[in-house]
Design a protein around this ligand. Structure first.
Ligand SMILES: C[S@@+](CC[C@H](N)C(=O)[O-])C[C@H]1O[C@@H](n2cnc3c(N)ncnc32)[C@H](O)[C@@H]1O
Length: 166
């Protein structure tokens, strides 16, 4: 029988997990939009203290098995509940609506948001329309770090650290 690969939208290669875990060492991390918990598993194995949350949908592979304990809670509610505990907010492939922008507004200006996924590049017109987040998310944040070991699944797919613009 063919072994099924675990479902993940982000590309969680070992070099990337090594780089992100080094960046997050000593920090408490709140993950939203976690799906089946594959990213949290890789980071926990590398010593990151992470609380993982998500709703569950048919496109996140949760029905093929979970990889980490993920609490079922809406993302901005998770930020309200666990934000005071956390030093960094993590999201991989958030949905293409305002949910991620809402989280970032509640998260605030002073702490990192690690974003993995397609980032819209308006200068490219239709070709630059990404499948994650919203115009509001990208208009109100700026990139202050890029994870160079990340190999995107397409040219818009990146891993960066964002901060809300003052
Ligand atoms: C495209 S999947 C990404 C899963 C995983 N992070 C990955 O990279 O493979 C998006 C996930 O976010 C969840 N989700 C969508 N809207 C949400 C919301 N408002 N609050 C919490 N989770 C949500 C979906 O159910 C799904 O698990």
């Amino acid at each position: 029988m063919m072994r099924q690969m675990p479902v993940s939208w982000g590309n969680f290669s070992a070099p990337f997990l090594d780089e992100v875990s080094a960046h997050l060492r000593g920090k408490r991390v709140l993950e939203v939009f976690a799906g089946n918990g594959l990213l949290a598993k890789g980071l926990t194995e590398r010593g990151v203290d992470i609380r993982s949350t998500s709703l569950f949908s048919g496109i996140d592979g949760h029905d093929q098995g979970m990889h980490f304990p993920v609490e079922k809670i809406e993302a901005s509610d998770a930020v309200d509940r666990y934000g005071p505990w956390a030093d960094a907010l993590l999201m991989s492939w958030p949905p293409a609506n305002e949910a991620a922008a809402k989280c970032v507004v509640r998260w605030g200006k002073d702490r990192d948001v690690i974003f993995i996924g397609e980032m819209t590049r308006p200068e490219l017109g239709f070709a630059g329309l990404g499948g994650c987040g919203s115009d509001l998310l990208f208009a109100n944040t700026s990139v202050h770090h890029r994870f160079l070991s990340y190999v995107g699944r397409g040219f818009l797919d990146v891993a960066v650290s964002l901060r809300m613009i003052e």
